[in-house]
Design a protein around this ligand. Structure first.
Ligand code: APR
Length: 311
């Protein structure tokens, strides 16, 4: 195939993303991990599924970044996931080190790639990737808003007993407890959910969305969510590879937009083959802006901690 997608980290999220990318025939896939044998074994298994799934994407496993050379998109999932009782922020020091080393290698071999960051704590990992890559901000995308919106959409569909396809949801802010779901921009077939549900039910769904990752961690006990994160990263990759001009909520570097400077935070952006083609600024109500400020403060705090770490 004429496009190349590398997925770094062949764990739960990475391997599932590789599967989705290959099955959607977005391009050939290179799966990389630090552990020998894991990416090779998973790539071979996925290759053997291809005749049944009816696709011709070439899937290769490797421990060597040379094999990622010339990638159009690189999805980075390397790192450790949460365990019950841990917040995403508890992963900061370990994953910052991993992210820096991974991105340095990725950037060397794929200087024109668009990077999709998945490892947590997401917004802080985007800062690490931005600095380590030296890439323009248009090519560093954090995967959080698509996932958080997908969770909100699932809960809306369950609550109203409607097709998920009719739902649309808007979640801004950092990928953590302070994320900002926006009910008045969340709709079922264009009808705001504020007209379809009482405020207490909306608040319950908002809270469940904020807690969406932890809800799954508490059930799995040994890891965190991976199906929906992999699907979300794949949707972003597809928007870039197919130059779709699709508007998706992504963590991006804001430089003045929404009143924030030098901060990665989730906002709606237009994605095309150059990465971010436009940051879309929507008008926020005063209480929404206050909630977004709180979320931005949480990200800023984490970035300040990051600056003190010797990673
Ligand atoms: N280089 C490459 N791969 C690495 C490195 C490294 N330096 N360090 C760790 N890895 C690999 C691990 O070997 C493992 O295979 O990253 C993979 C992570 O996979 P899992 O432990 O299964 O974790 P996963 O559930 O996929 O989550 C990965 O995504 O959603 C986030 O919070 C989550 O930060 C976590 C990340």
């Amino acid at each position: 195939m004429d496009r190349k997608i590398s997925v770094i980290g062949a764990g739960f999220v990475g391997a599932t993303a590789a599967q989705r990318v290959a099955e959607k025939q977005l391009g050939d896939v290179v799966l990389v991990d630090i552990v020998e044998g894991i990416p090779q074994g998973k790539a071979l298994d996925l290759t053997e599924a291809a005749p049944v799934e009816k696709h011709d994407a070439k899937i290769t496993g490797s421990n060597n970044y040379e094999d990622t050379a010339g990638s159009d998109v690189v999805i980075i999932t390397a790192g450790i996931p949460r365990k019950p009782g841990m917040s995403r922020d508890d992963l900061l020091a370990t994953n910052a080190k991993i992210m820096k080393s991974v991105v340095t290698e990725v950037a060397k071999y794929s200087p024109n790639a668009v990077l999709i960051i998945v490892s947590n704590p997401l917004d802080a990992m985007c800062h690490v990737a931005y600095e380590a890559s030296g890439f323009p901000k248009q090519r560093i995308l954090g995967m959080a808003g698509v996932l958080d919106s997908a969770r909100f959409r699932s809960f809306i569909a369950m609550e109203l007993n409607v097709s998920v396809e009719n739902t649309h949801a808007f979640v801004l802010g950092g990928h953590g407890d302070t994320m900002v779901p926006l009910p008045r921009y969340s709709t079922v077939s264009g009808i705001p959910i504020t007209e379809l549900m009482p405020p207490d039910r909306i608040e319950a769904l908002v809270q469940r969305t904020r807690n969406g990752g932890a809800e799954i961690v508490s059930m799995l006990k040994t890891g965190s969510a991976f199906y929906a994160p992999a699907s979300s990263a794949t949707e972003m990759a597809e928007a870039v590879l197919k130059d779709k001009k699709k508007i998706l909520p992504c963590a991006v570097l804001l430089q003045g937009e929404y009143g924030y400077n030098d901060l990665f935070i989730g906002v709606p952006v237009k994605l095309g083959n150059k990465g971010i083609e436009e940051i879309i600024e929507i008008k926020l109500l005063p209480e929404e802006k206050i909630a977004l400020d709180k979320s931005a403060e949480a990200v800023r705090g984490l970035v300040a901690t990051l600056a003190k770490l010797n990673y």
